[in-house]
Design a binder for this molecule. Structure first.
Ligand code: G3P
Length: 236
């Protein structure tokens, strides 16, 4: 399962890219709205230059014709850009037309398996089931991911399942177990995935044990002692 970052914040993206685990980025109008004073197009191009992977940018038009126009323009921003279109009747028509032109679509706001099936049938490259928002209303968001993955596998449907609206590290594990091809996660969730208090305690203990061992070798012999500790051989 590949990891995407769900953000439009350039510092977060830069840091995640530095960690060497970032395969792509998803953005949406809400995330862009948090980045005060940055035009959407400029930010998406900036991200695409930083991250060598799919970068999703969302359409805002409400009719199929307008969506097609807008999507063509967005797709031209950068070769890595994938166009996000919400699933509804107009969205579906636009997805079918754009997919025939070879424009990659990430179908967003997927809340049912039937929506995912329709998007895939229309040729979408990705479908994004929103896990957390289903959990919010008392449904099982991850069950949706599982059901979509099972059906796509069964019929060898090439559309990839991009688990979205993931809110905590356990969601990431469950998305992987469910067979999602991609998990898109907030920056805070990425950092939480890395952390474990026992790892921090373990590192502290290794370092203090090592210092104590050096001290036990005696003052003045620190350089030699260090050599001995590292090589395991005496330095007579
Ligand atoms: O990728 C979709 C995501 O941005 C929505 O997340 O937490 O607003 O449901 P959330």
């Amino acid at each position: 399962m590949r990891l995407f970052l769900d953000t439009a914040n350039i510092d977060e993206i830069r840091h995640a890219a530095d960690l060497g685990v970032l395969a792509g980025v998803t953005t949406n109008p809400t995330l862009i709205a948090k980045e005060v004073g940055v035009p959407y197009r400029d930010r998406v191009i900036e991200i695409a230059r930083l991250v060598d992977g799919p970068i999703s940018a969302e359409c805002l038009s409400r009719t199929a014709d307008e969506l097609v126009e807008e999507a063509r323009a967005i797709a031209a921003w950068h070769p890595n850009v994938v166009v996000k279109i919400p699933i509804d009747e107009e969205g579906l028509k636009a997805i079918a037309r754009l997919s025939r032109e070879g424009i990659r679509i990430n179908t967003t706001l997927i809340f049912s398996t039937n929506q995912a099936l329709l998007a895939a049938t229309a040729g979408a490259t990705y479908v994004s089931p929103f896990v957390g928002r289903l959990d919010d209303i008392g449904e099982d968001g991850m069950a949706l991911v599982r059901e979509i993955v099972t059906i796509f596998d069964r019929f060898h449907i090439p559309t990839q399942v991009l688990a979205a609206s993931l809110r905590h590290p356990r969601h990431v594990v469950e998305a992987a177990q469910a067979g999602a091809h991609i998990a898109t996660i907030p920056y805070s969730v990425l950092l939480s995935m890395l952390k474990h208090p026992l790892t921090d305690i373990g590192i502290e203990r290794f370092l203090s044990d090592y210092q104590r061992a050096l001290t036990n070798l005696g003052s003045g012999a620190t350089k030699e002692g260090e050599q001995t500790m590292i090589s395991g051989k005496g330095t007579r």
